[in-house]
Design a binder for this molecule. Structure first.
Ligand SMILES: Cc1ncc(CN)c(N)n1
Length: 216
């Protein structure tokens, strides 16, 4: 069994909860309130800025030029491609939040930044993988089961799309290579990091659905 299949199995209960979350259910049927989607897009734009930094930092820790370039390309895609999708929604929906990161976004971005900076390259890659793989799986699931017409079609098409799929496959291949070469101890820490990021993915969607703000 590939190492990434072990990761998938370890976090499968979390993934199932993500797929069934009302945010994604309503995205699929196109019934998600626009205010919720706007809040999510704003939070996600803050997320992407830090995600890109975490990818670039992780890349500098790789031992090959090829993987450094892959991670720099992932970071560039987060800023240019994903961010462009967000910009289009900022313009279409007149999004002008200034509230800053909600707790769900804050926790996730800080985890990714800390892990890519202070953990080993292997653990950093495992922590970053759910950002690719879970979005691809959710995008594919929604695309295959969506109600059309759907006001969130561009979002659905982006994450179910081929271009994003190519990046996901590259991230999976890197993680498999690292997992196969790692010691048992490092592999366990990779599983833990993958699981933590998967949980933080759930929290991010849940935070957006609840229009989460700081309690104080
Ligand atoms: C929270 C989150 N996770 C992952 C992705 C896909 N890169 C995203 N846009 N936002």
């Amino acid at each position: 069994m590939k190492f990434t299949e072990q990761l998938w199995n370890a976090a499968l209960p979390v993934y199932e909860k993500i797929q069934a979350h009302p945010f994604n259910e309503e995205l699929k049927t196109g019934t998600l309130p626009v205010e919720t989607f706007k809040f999510y897009i704003y939070q996600d734009s803050l997320y992407l800025a830090d995600f890109a930094k975490a990818l670039a930092v992780a890349g500098t820790r790789s031992s090959t030029r090829e993987e450094l370039l892959e991670f720099l390309q992932f970071a560039q895609n987060a800023i240019l491609v994903e961010r462009a999708l967000h910009e289009s929604y900022f313009a279409a929906y007149n999004i002008d939040f200034t509230s800053g990161k909600a707790p769900g976004c804050f926790a996730y971005t800080n985890y990714l930044l800390a892990t890519s900076t202070f953990e080993s390259y292997e653990v950093a890659v495992a922590a970053l993988l759910p950002c690719f793989w879970i979005y691809k799986r959710v995008g594919d699931f929604i695309y295959a089961n969506q109600t059309t017409p759907n006001p969130y079609q561009n979002w659905i098409d982006a994450y179910a799309g081929e271009e994003f799929g190519v990046a996901v496959n590259k991230a999976l291949a890197i993680c498999d290579r690292l997992g196969e070469q790692a010691s048992e101890t490092v592999r366990n820490r990779m599983v833990e990091a993958y699981l933590t990021s998967s949980r933080l993915e759930y929290s991010f969607w849940d935070s957006a659905y609840r229009l989460e703000s700081w309690p104080v």
